[in-house]
Design a protein around this ligand. Sequence first.
Ligand code: 13P
Length: 257
Amino acid sequence: MAAGKKAPRITALVAGNWKMNGLKASRKEVSGLARRLAKAERVGCDVLVCPPATLISLLKEEAKGSKIAIGGQDCHANASGAHTGDISAEMLKDAGAGFVIVGHSERRADHGETDATVRAKAEAAHRAGLVAIVCVGETEQQRDAGETLKVIGGQLAGSLTDAATAKTTVVAYEPVWAIGTGRTPTADDVAKVHAAIRETLVGRFGEEGAAMRILYGGSVKPSNAAELMAVPNVNGALVGGASLKAEDFFGIISAYI
Ligand code: 13P
């Protein structure tokens, strides 16, 4: 971005990652959320629910006519082939997804995903016409060693595709030690990391990087959402546990109402 140019207006995104939770009965959480959103006068953010792949079609149907978009939690890099148990970005798209999370720390840890794997998945998402939500974040050990910005810089460099634009890519900063623990960084710490991510994105992608959404994730709840969402360069949230119930998730979305 040229010096002196005004920062672009970014529409925030509040995304729910249901992880390995949810059965068909969970559709009532989506209809409950849709009802609450419809009653709100103005919802100043985009809303996304990423259920297990088994529920994408069903929830897409349930969300019809509402503001709620549906996404996947992971995809394979290939479009099809002999990969038992895997799901391609094209399949997610076909089922009704508009987004896919890639490189979540649980997949990096449980499935040994490297930055190169994550980048290939982000490329697959773009190929299929999905928005890729690319996750980065440091472990507690890395944080204690003062390596947070170095780790995140490396993950961004390795995981983002060169063709990434503000329309095709969302970055989610999720400190691993804040996920599911009830602990969050201070607003100051979040501000520092998000500013560094913004600088990196602008350095690599110019105006597109200035307009890319950077989400914060890790123990976001209705009680801390307003404070975290007010931090500069925080353009929404990636929410785990508190996205499972319509009431809680709506409580977080309310930071933008
Ligand atoms: P929690 O909100 O449960 O801490 O999970 C965050 C997360 O990992 C979302 O992707």
